[in-house]
Design a protein around this ligand. Structure first.
Ligand SMILES: Nc1ncnc2c1ncn2[C@@H]1O[C@H](COP(=O)(O)OP(=O)(O)O)[C@@H](O)[C@H]1O
Ligand SMILES: [Mg+2]
Length: 252
């Protein structure tokens, strides 16, 4: 497997609070990887370290083959980040937002880049309206479109659907699937088990500073205690698997 991201023994504390104790993971090029964890588990901390916004205390991480600590510029050229809170400029129109970022990235045809992305994200009709008039789902789509200016190979989406209504969430899922279909590697974080279940090729569960389980959905299903499976008619949901694993860990 060609690895887009490799993380080994990552550690990070904020003063006394040890958020990441020992995080290791690998993401295959062109795949969708979901880092699943409750609020405060440390997902954003992992994303910030991988996107060179924050230094780790221990362990190492490479993104697109470059070490995040020693080659941050190379890493930044390969990635884009869509944070938990939209980075859209409300005063500008959707089109202006895109053109601004394309210019900041010194692209040759900012208008063309903007037009293409507006079309791809179903925002052509709303292109010349201020972003402040957009619905939550439209804003999030514009936000993801902004992060795609310049065609990054790896895209980090930190809780891309938190706060969205179910319809807008499905729109974002569709976009994520399309991105991956086009060869982009997607690293997303989520608190929603269903989201990981719907989208991810591989899932890692971050809990109390460690990856307590990882693999494909079917790998994770195998971890679900078989004795319990006998009593349910349907396949276990990721939620049941999650609770079962987290519950077990807490019992130790
Ligand atoms: N800059 C910071 N200073 C102190 N504590 C922080 C800082 N950033 C995050 N934390 C704490 O670290 C923990 C993990 O945060 P975060 O990575 O944002 O988790 P998640 O994204 O999974 O919700 C939380 O308890 C949070 O309050
Ligand atoms: Mg977060």
């Amino acid at each position: 497997m060609v690895k887009a991201i490799e993380v080994k023994g990552l550690q990070k504390s904020y003063k006394q609070l040890q958020v990441l104790k020992d995080v290791s993971l690998e993401v295959e090029k062109g795949s969708i990887f979901a880092l699943l964890g409750s609020n405060g588990a440390g997902k954003t901390t992992v994303v910030k370290i991988l996107s060179t916004l924050l230094n780790q205390d221990g362990g190492n991480a490479t993104v697109n083959g470059f070490d995040v600590t020693t080659k941050p510029d190379h890493v930044r050229q390969a990635i884009s980040l869509t944070g938990q809170f939209a980075a859209v400029d409300e005063i500008l129109t959707g089109r202006e937002n895109l053109i601004m970022i394309a210019k900041l990235r010194y692209l040759k045809n900012p208008r063309q880049v903007a037009d293409d992305l507006l079309k791809r994200f179903g925002l052509t009709d709303a292109a010349d309206r201020r972003a402040s008039t957009y619905s939550g789902g439209m804003r999030r789509r514009l936000d993801i479109a902004l992060s795609l200016v310049g065609k990054p190979q790896i895209i980090f989406l930190d809780e891309p659907t938190t706060g969205l209504d179910p319809e807008a969430r499905i729109e974002v899922w569709k976009i994520v699937k399309e991105l991956s279909g086009g060869g982009t590697t997607v690293f997303l974080t989520t608190q929603y088990l269903e989201e990981a279940e719907q989208l991810a090729d591989r899932i890692a569960i971050l809990h109390e500073g460690r990856i307590i389980a990882s693999g494909t959905l079917s790998d994770l299903k195998k971890l679900y205690p078989s004795a319990k499976v006998e009593y349910v008619e349907k396949q276990p949901t990721l939620e049941e698997i999650f609770l079962s694993i987290v519950g077990n860990k807490e019992a130790i």
